[in-house]
Design a protein around this ligand. Structure first.
Ligand SMILES: C[S@@+](CC[C@H](N)C(=O)[O-])C[C@H]1O[C@@H](n2cnc3c(N)ncnc32)[C@H](O)[C@@H]1O
Length: 249
């Protein structure tokens, strides 16, 4: 309000809804109010499950596909720590199982400022607090007091601005093997959450996996996904694969 020199909430509301500037102001407001708390290796059990269970299963499911491509979406990626962490997992496997595979990591968020930070890939001690010396040395280089992600862990990632409530754009996020949407849907009301989850369902390949935060449940939100218990973590698979889900546990 100070920046726009508006005196009352009503005046500011007009800036958001009526004036020609409304689109720009809405983006600026969203940049201010979204909560971007994140860090590298935020949930180790999820990452262990990705590496030891999910990636091998996806590779088996895709063995008959002509295109050797692993497609992962970090939906609500904030400042990039999550997609960069995800990009390191296949790199660790590259010399073995993932040789000759193309890795595509789509990283999207609503907040432009977070995305600019993500593309810059420079992080301080708070974001990098969970890094082991192995990952720190292999995938980061020092920039002053901070750490920058090495190109090897950046090359497979495409960052773009996407509002998960934008149905038209969501329809195009196709052919996904794994979706990570952690600590994002807590900010959504039930109706919006249902729509977003339905898009994930439609866009995941039949063998695909959806990761939410461990405590975020689809109970009462969606009946098509089925919960799969992994060591120390959970994920969702598409309904028709109940048996495969049981094998995962
Ligand atoms: C708490 S951060 C989670 C970051 C990361 N996924 C993690 O778990 O560490 C939540 C992110 O969701 C994004 N977000 C909130 N609503 C969104 C929406 N409608 N569309 C896209 N991103 C959204 C915020 O901008 C923020 O960066």
């Amino acid at each position: 309000m100070k920046e726009l020199k508006t005196q009352t909430l009503h005046e500011y509301f007009e800036c958001l809804t009526i004036k020609p500037m409304r689109q720009t102001e809405l983006v600026a407001l969203l940049n201010e109010i979204t909560i971007g708390e994140t860090c590298f290796f935020r949930s180790q059990p999820q990452l262990d499950a990705m590496r030891t269970i999910i990636i091998p299963k996806v590779l088996v499911a895709k063995a008959k596909f002509p295109l050797r491509r692993l497609r992962i979406w970090s939906a609500g990626c904030s400042t990039g720590e999550e997609p960069y962490t995800l990009s390191m997992l296949p790199l660790e496997e590259a010399a073995r199982r993932l040789k000759d595979w193309t890795i595509e990591i789509l990283a999207t968020d609503l907040n432009e400022r977070s995305l600019a930070h993500a593309k810059n890939a420079i992080y301080g001690s708070y974001s990098t607090r969970n890094l082991t010396p192995y990952y720190r040395q292999k995938y980061f280089m020092a920039v002053g007091e901070q750490l920058q992600v090495q190109p090897a862990a950046r090359n497979s990632i495409t960052f773009s601005r996407l509002n998960l409530s934008d149905d038209a754009r969501m329809t195009f996020m196709k052919s996904l093997d794994v979706v990570f949407c952690c600590n994002v849907l807590i900010y959504f009301d039930l109706v919006s959450k249902r729509r977003v989850i339905q898009h994930f369902y439609n866009n995941l390949l039949p063998h695909g996996y959806l990761f939410l935060r461990h405590s975020e449940s689809l109970y009462g939100v969606n009946d098509d996904f089925r919960l799969v218990h992994l060591p120390g973590a959970t994920a969702y698979i598409k309904g028709e694969r109940t048996q495969a889900g049981k094998q995962d546990t």
